[in-house]
Design a protein around this ligand. Structure first.
Ligand SMILES: [Zn+2]
Length: 65
């Protein structure tokens, strides 16, 4: 549990920092404002799909909804 918990806290902290930065930029933190997400593993040969977090707008305000 200890190691997993530590990694989990570490990645949560990183994500929060990223969210704070992207909020300043006004961009969706999940797709970096691109509006699309690319999954390099499962969808390697398929085209990118619309970011589900911001519905493809890339706006932080939409990500908040
Ligand atoms: Zn997005």
């Amino acid at each position: 549990m200890g190691l997993f918990s530590a990694i989990s806290e570490w990645s949560n902290g990183r994500y929060e920092k990223k969210v704070a930065k992207m909020r300043e930029l006004g961009k969706c933190p999940d797709c970096n404002g691109h509006g699309i997400e690319v999954m390099p593993y499962e969808h390697f040969f398929s085209s990118p799909y619309e970011c589900p977090s911001c519905a493809g707008t890339g706006q932080f305000s939409d990500w908040m909804k």
